[in-house]
Design a protein around this ligand. Structure first.
Ligand code: ADP
Ligand code: MG
Length: 361
């Protein structure tokens, strides 16, 4: 289990300091895919950097700690203090754009053998790399290429291969498919899910695309303006959210039939330079009361395994009913005929994701 203990992450800039993650407490069970969602600028990538232990200037872990739940080779517990020695071997990171992450002047095979953990056993390692990339559906010769000789999708698959080759127990993927076209996106997501099933590691997966979260993740954390506002099983997040912000994220998904306009999500998150008092979502929230503008709600467990930071949590189901939004992804995933009618790539993906998840369970 990974424990995030009161994480606070700060950027130091010429304008001053800005807290991009504040007071995040979370226990992530082993061997799950955790999704992190929220609008742009909410602190998702910053939290990923903190978990990876990549907190050089201008970013710092200004408060809190991370316990990773395993020991290093010296039998010491791995924490934010020593996580960097576990890079590649026990924790790896798949960034958004492979094109800028693979070293353009180094053959791919050499990028596999440049890890501290694999150096010194080059020939043996390369044999394993060839087998591994083949298993991931890439031609074994692809590792003899330079990155630019491969398509974007192939490069991203190589990134997945690099991140998973040493069977790390934790894989962080920050918008790993955002820059790719829909078909390649789907392939990469399915690949990640298969690897996770095979290796039983923990994947923390960031996306702003709720459809992708629905397909891929087991649990989700919703972030808003540097805070965690909801944490629950993915099915609950979609079918019965306990925070109005989550409800708005899921109801801004496309719905079946065109008559009903999307509910959408008017407004923007507040600036982190000058966050409002009380609940940070209050100014956009249809349920807000004077208390919400005054006092910040804590992230509390309202039902087993279901956490929400909302004073009006009891009123969220009624709001959901009132918003009258069309069938949710979780509903149309069950109805193949409806999906065929809708015919959008996102929704087709949702079915496939659900089928794969059933297979996983
Ligand atoms: P997300 O991934 O959810 O879009 P980020 O974690 O990238 O959000 O950013 C959260 C906030 O942190 C941003 O709104 C911005 O104010 C601040 N931030 C991010 N990167 C930097 C940086 N390099 N320097 C200063 N501030 C930053
Ligand atoms: Mg980001």
């Amino acid at each position: 289990m990974i424990k995030l203990n009161n994480i606070e992450a700060t950027y130091t800039t010429v304008r001053g300091k800005v807290k991009a993650v504040e007071g995040v407490n979370l226990e992530i069970p082993d061997s799950i895919i955790l999704g992190i969602a929220g609008e742009s600028g909410c602190g998702k990538s910053t939290l990923m950097k903190v978990i990876y232990g990549d907190t050089g200037f201008p970013l710092s872990l200004s408060n809190g700690s991370v316990d990773y739940g395993f020991e290093n080779e010296k039998m010491q517990p791995v924490t934010n203090q020593n996580i960097q020695s576990e890079w590649f071997r026990n924790i790896s990171y798949i960034p958004q754009s492979s094109m800028s992450s693979l070293n353009p002047v180094v053959r791919i095979r050499d990028q596999f053998t440049d890890f501290p953990a694999t150096s010194g056993r080059k020939r043996e390692t390369l044999e394993k790399v060839r087998e591994f990339v083949q298993m991931l559906g890439l031609p074994p010769e692809s590792i003899d290429s330079y990155p630019h000789q491969l398509s974007g999708g192939m490069q991203q698959r190589i990134m997945v291969a690099l991140a998973t080759f040493l069977h790390p127990s934790i894989i962080l993927a920050d918008e790993p498919t955002t820059a790719l076209d829909v078909v390649v996106q789907k392939d990469i997501l399915i690949l990640l899910m298969r690897l996770q099933r095979m290796m039983k590691n923990t994947i923390i997966f960031v996306s702003h695309d709720m459809g992708v979260h629905y397909q891929v993740t087991h649990k989700m954390m919703i972030m808003y303006a540097a805070k965690a506002v909801e944490y629950a099983n993915t099915n609950d997040i979609f079918s019965n959210p306990l925070h109005p912000y989550t409800l708005m994220l899921t109801s801004s998904l496309p719905t079946i039939g065109d008559e009903r306009a999307r509910t959408g999500l008017p407004g923007r998150p507040p600036s982190l330079w000058d966050p409002p008092k009380g609940c940070r979502f209050a100014m956009r929230c249809p349920l807000a009361t004077p208390l919400c503008h005054e006092t910040e709600p804590e992230l509390l467990q309202h039902q087993p395994g279901r956490f929400s930071a909302c004073h009006r949590v009891d009123a969220v189901p009624a709001l959901a009913a009132k918003m009258h939004h069309g069938p949710k992804l979780s509903e149309f995933a069950k109805d193949r005929e409806l999906i065929a009618k809708v015919g959008s790539a996102l929704k087709a993906d949702a079915t496939e994701g659900a089928a794969i998840r059933e297979e996983l369970e």
